[in-house]
Write a protein that binds this ligand. Structure first.
Ligand code: KIV
Ligand code: ZN
Length: 387
C-alpha cells in the first residue's frame, strides 16, 4: 500500500479566503487539532506576509511535535529568511518556495522571461536548501504551463535541492483525466523525479478540486494538499475530509492509505468552522449536517434493514450519528422505529393513523420534530377513542 501524505494548508491557503482570518490562539488550537488528526504536514502560514503571520507560524512550529511544519515563501531573499526564522524551531521544518510558470503569469505578473524564471526558481530553492533539508517547490499555475517548460523547471529545482515538487491547479482549471495525465507525464519526463516526492494542490473553481487531487494520486502523487472544510481562495481548496474518506473507503481502488485518524475529522471541521465563522453547507460530504440524515421512506426502510444499503461510510467511524428525519417522504418503518425508541407500541391501524397524521403535518411545514411526532400520536389516539 502506498502511503499518501496529507499536507494541510488550512492555516495558509485556507486562511487566505475572504473573511477567514484567525486569531493567533485560534491558529494554535487548529494546529493542535490537525496534529491530533495526524496530518503529515501543517502549512502554518506565509511568514513574509505579516508580523502576525510570522509569529503564528513560529508558535505552531514550537507547539506541535509530530507533523512537519511548513511556511510559504516567494522567490525573494527576505521571504526565505523570514520563513526560515519562523519554522526553524519545528522538530521537522520545511520551506515551501513558489514561482509562477504559466505564460500569462510570467508575462503579466512577473514580467520575466522563461529562462529567468527557471534560473530564479533554482536560485531560491538552492538558497532555501542552505537552511533546511526539506524544501518544497511549487510552479504556480502549473496546469496552464507549457508541459515541456514545466518538466524543465522541475528538473532544475530538484537539482537545486527540492525534495517535494508540488503541482498546483492554482485557478481550478483542470479536469481529472487531464490532471492525472499531467502527473503521470511528470513522473515519466522529469529525469531526476526519483529524488523528489510529487504533490498535488487543487482549487475548486469548477468544483473538481477533490476529483483532480485523487486523479493525481492515481497517477503517482504521494502528497495531497488540502484544507479542512475545503476553505480557501475563491471557491476554496480540495477538502481534506473528502480526500481522506475517499482514500479510506476506496483503499482497494487507490491501493493507498493516509495516516488520518478519521475519528478526528468531524471535530476538526467544527473547530475550523467556529474559528473562521464560515458555516459548513448542510449537504457537504462527510461533515455536513445532512451527510448521515435520511428522509425518503425507501431509504429509511433500507437503513433499518442494513445501514450499508444507503451509506458508504458508517457515521460512528467519524464520531457522528445517523438520523432518520421524519417528514412527508418518510414511511411507516421509520415512524414506527422512531416511536419504538421512545417506548410507544402500536397495532397496525394506529400506526397507519399516525403515518397519515405525519404526512398531513409535513405537507404544511418542513420536518417533524420528536415533540411534534409525539403530539401526532396523542391526537391519533384521542381521535380513535372518540370513534
Ligand atoms: O494555488 C497555488 O498555486 C498556491 C501555491 C502557492 C502552492 O497556493
Ligand atoms: Zn493554492
Amino acid at each position: 500500500m502506498r502511503r499518501i501524505r496529507v499536507f494541510d494548508t488550512t492555516l495558509r491557503d485556507g486562511e487566505q479566503s475572504p473573511g477567514c482570518s484567525m486569531r493567533p490562539g485560534e491558529k494554535i488550537a487548529v494546529a493542535k487539532q490537525l496534529e491530533a488528526m495526524r496530518v503529515d504536514v501543517i502549512e502554518a502560514g506565509f511568514p513574509a506576509a505579516s508580523k502576525g503571520d510570522s509569529e503564528a507560524v513560529e508558535a505552531v512550529a514550537r507547539e506541535t511535535r509530530r507533523p512537519v511544519v511548513a511556511g510559504l515563501a516567494r522567490c525573494a531573499k527576505k521571504d526565505v529568511d523570514e520563513c526560515w526564522r519562523a519554522v526553524r524551531d519545528a522538530r521537522r521544518p520545511r520551506i515551501h518556495v513558489f514561482l509562477a510558470t504559466s505564460p500569462i503569469h510570467m508575462k503579466y505578473k512577473l514580467k520575466k522571461t522563461p529562462a529567468e524564471v527557471v534560473e530564479t526558481a533554482a536560485e531560491f530553492v538552492r538558497y532555501a536548501a542552505g537552511f533546511c533539508n526539506d524544501v518544497e517547490f511549487s510552479p504556480e499555475d502549473a496546469t496552464r504551463t507549457e508541459p515541456r517548460f514545466l518538466y524543465r523547471v522541475l528538473e532544475k529545482v530538484i537539482d537545486a535541492g527540492a525534495t517535494t515538487v508540488n503541482i498546483p491547479d492554482t485557478v481550478g482549471y483542470a479536469v481529472p483525466g487531464e490532471f492525472g495525465k499531467l502527473v503521470k507525464n511528470i513522473g515519466e519526463n522529469v529525469s531526476n523525479i526519483g529524488n523528489a516526492a510529487i504533490s498535488v494542490h487543487c482549487h475548486d473553481d469548477l468544483g473538481m478540486a477533490v476529483a483532480n487531487s485523487l486523479a493525481g494520486v492515481e497517477n503517482g502523487a504521494t502528497q495531497v494538499e488540502c484544507t479542512v472544510n475545503g476553505i480557501g481562495e475563491r471557491a476554496g481548496n480540495a477538502a481534506l475530509e473528502e480526500i481522506a474518506m475517499a482514500v479510506w473507503v476506496r483503499k482497494a481502488h487507490f491501493r493507498a492509505c493516509t495516516g488520518i485518524r478519521v475519528g478526528e475529522i468531524y471535530e476538526s471541521s467544527r473547530l475550523v468552522s467556529a474559528c473562521t465563522g464560515l458555516a459548513v453547507q448542510r449537504n457537504k460530504a462527510v461533515v455536513g449536517e445532512n451527510a448521515f440524515a435520511h428522509e425518503a421512506g425507501i431509504h429509511q426502510h433500507g437503513i433499518l434493514c442494513n445501514p450499508r444499503t444507503y451509506e458508504v461510510i458508517a457515521p460512528e467511524k467519524l464520531g457522528r450519528t445517523r438520523e432518520l428525519v421524519i417528514g412527508k417522504h418518510s414511511g411507516r418503518h421509520a415512524v414506527e422505529a422512531e416511536l419504538r425508541k421512545a417506548g410507544y407500541r402500536f397495532d397496525g391501524a394506529e400506526l397507519e393513523a399516525v403515518v397519515e397524521g405525519v404526512k398531513a403535518a409535513a405537507d404544511c411545514g418542513k420536518t417533524i420534530t420528536a415533540e411534534g411526532l409525539f403530539s401526532i400520536v396523542e391526537k391519533a389516539r384521542a381521535a380513535a377513542k372518540v370513534l
